[in-house]
Design a binder for this molecule. Structure first.
Ligand SMILES: [Zn+2]
Length: 116
């Protein structure tokens, strides 16, 4: 089974973001859509190292995806490792490349050897 381990899905708009994502925090998110049966279908996953709400806000009107899920992360590294997990588990259609680690870090992907 694949799990995003995120809260939602919610409608991707400013009002909902402000209501649901209340902390300024590193975090993870998925954007996607709901199937006719109400199942969340992942279109793209990502993270923010500082403010997951601001990152989601920046997607509004730039994406066809209508819904989001999110989770807070204890640290930027935790957000990175979860993003890697989500990327490998879901292989989302809009994620064309492996998640990047921030410059100057030696973090490695928990799932593959891309960073040697
Ligand atoms: Zn990987």
């Amino acid at each position: 089974m694949r799990f995003l381990r995120m809260e939602g899905p919610y409608n991707l708009n400013s009002e909902t973001l402000k209501a649901k994502v209340t902390l300024t925090s590193p975090g993870n998110y998925a954007i996607g859509r709901e199937s006719e049966k109400g199942k969340f279908l992942v279109g793209y996953i990502g993270r923010s190292d500082s403010d997951v709400r601001a990152r989601l806000e920046s997607w509004i009107s730039k994406t066809k995806w209508t819904h989001f899920k999110f989770s807070y992360a204890a640290s930027p590294q935790a957000a990175f490792e979860k993003e890697c997990d989500n990327f490998h588990d879901f292989d989302p259609p809009d994620n064309f490349t492996h998640p990047e680690r921030p410059e100057g870090t030696n973090w490695s992907c928990p799932c593959c050897k891309i960073f040697g």
